[in-house]
Design a binder for this molecule. Structure first.
Ligand code: PLP
Length: 379
């Protein structure tokens, strides 16, 4: 029934595990969830209040396709504060999250056969979205012995005459790696268009993630409210686009998406312009969990892909079990009641890894680790 390209899209493997976890829970089993990339703390009170207020004030209609001016200005203010970058609000395009933004940007940029260079392990939708929209993926497999750091030379060596853009994700899902400034400088200097998914910016531990916008204007920056503000279900994000793309981008977005939700945009404005102390409070909580997991996985004899510097994930090498990551994640779920994501979701390169998400309460993480320890003892 479906088109050939729709038929090729595979769901995240994590979804299969999530569904199975649901069945086990329905049958009375207790499952520790460390597979979800979803903050366990929701939007701060003042943001919720702003959404209610906006509904009362009638922000319930379509908005200009590029978003309401107040929010675009607030995003521009965010770049001034966070990165010391002067950004014309006209270059800010409001979307219903980074996911539709990826679809928007790739559909805007790619002609059939155009290539996009990405780094592996990658966020699962990247290659699927590029291929779905007629592009070709050139995946640069990063070196596990180098903590999966972005390899500038190999990224640039993968560029061909058909390359339309290089896509980077820092801090990375699933590794937590942060691109250093030299890498961003090198990418910017290459003259190739850079698409930068910065959704985990501000969730960093002791280092600050630089935005590609500090280095070049020949870029598309994608970011949103899902992770930092715990607003996954609100569906709100933005794209910083090159100035000359704006008019045609409006035409594309208008036809396919109309606009982001009006009162959610007002809530987004409140999120960016209101108090920000909860960001550091949440960071402190993530960091405690991160340190706990790093130490406990080491005690289990599982090496890390890299010590994560950002996001809320940790990629653990489970090859010492003699099993692959998919088998380990299935068995941990069935036999230990612990849900994690198989590395395979993030590309073949991570097949011997499993990804832990520490967007889960520390006490539950401790229960999960204890169960894994017992499972390994029995194993
Ligand atoms: N980009 C990355 C790297 C992600 O990990 C995720 C969600 O897990 C998204 C984008 C999706 O973001 P949004 O909720 O804004 O669609």
């Amino acid at each position: 029934m479906q088109s050939r390209r729709a038929g090729k899209i595979k769901p995240f493997i994590a979804m299969e595990l999530l569904a199975r976890a649901g069945e086990l829970e329905a049958s009375g089993r207790d499952i520790v969830h460390m597979e979800l990339g979803e903050p366990d703390q929701s939007a701060p009170g003042h943001v919720v209040k702003a959404a209610f207020q906006a509904i009362k004030e009638g922000y319930t209609t379509y908005t200009p396709t590029e978003g309401i001016h107040e929010l675009r200005r607030a995003v521009s203010g965010h770049y001034a504060r966070e990165y010391d970058v002067e950004l014309d609000p006209d270059r800010v395009f409001i979307t219903m999250g980074v996911s539709p933004a990826l679809f928007l940007v790739f559909s805007f940029l790619l002609n059939p056969g155009d290539e996009v260079v990405i780094h592996e392990p990658y966020y699962p939708p990247y290659p699927k979205c590029i291929s779905y929209l007629g592009g070709r993926v050139r995946s640069v497999k990063l070196d596990r012995t180098d903590g999966f750091a972005i390899d500038l030379e190999r990224m640039l060596a993968s560029v061909t005459g058909r390359t339309k853009a290089i896509l980077i994700n820092s801090p990375s899902n699933p590794t937590g790696m942060i691109a250093d400034r030299e890498v961003l400088t090198g990418l910017a200097d290459s003259g190739i268009t850079i698409i930068s998914d910065e959704i985990y910016h501000r969730i960093t531990y002791g280092v600050k993630a630089a935005s590609i916008l500090e280095f070049t204007d020949n870029c598309w920056v994608l970011n949103g409210f899902s992770k930092v503000y715990g607003m996954t279900g609100w569906r709100l994000g933005w794209v910083i686009c090159p100035r000359d793309a704006l008019d045609q981008l409006k035409a594309v977005h208008q036809n396919f998406f109309l606009s982001a939700n009006a009162f959610v945009q007002k809530a987004g404005e409140a999120a960016l312009t209101g108090p920000q102390d909860f960001v550091s409070d949440r960071l402190e909580i993530y960091n405690q969990r991160r340190i706990y997991l790093i130490e406990s996985l080491a005690k289990l004899g599982w090496r890390l892909g890299s010590e994560p510097q950002g996001a809320f994930y940790l990629l653990a090498d489970i090859s010492s079990t003699g099993l692959d990551g998919l088998t380990v994640s299935r068995r941990l779920l069935e036999e230990a009641g612990v849900a994690v994501t198989p590395g395979l979701d993030f590309g073949e390169l991570a097949g011997d890894f499993i990804r832990f998400s520490y967007a889960t309460d520390l006490e539950r993480i401790k229960v999960g680790v204890a169960r894994i320890r017992r499972w390994l003892e029995r194993f």
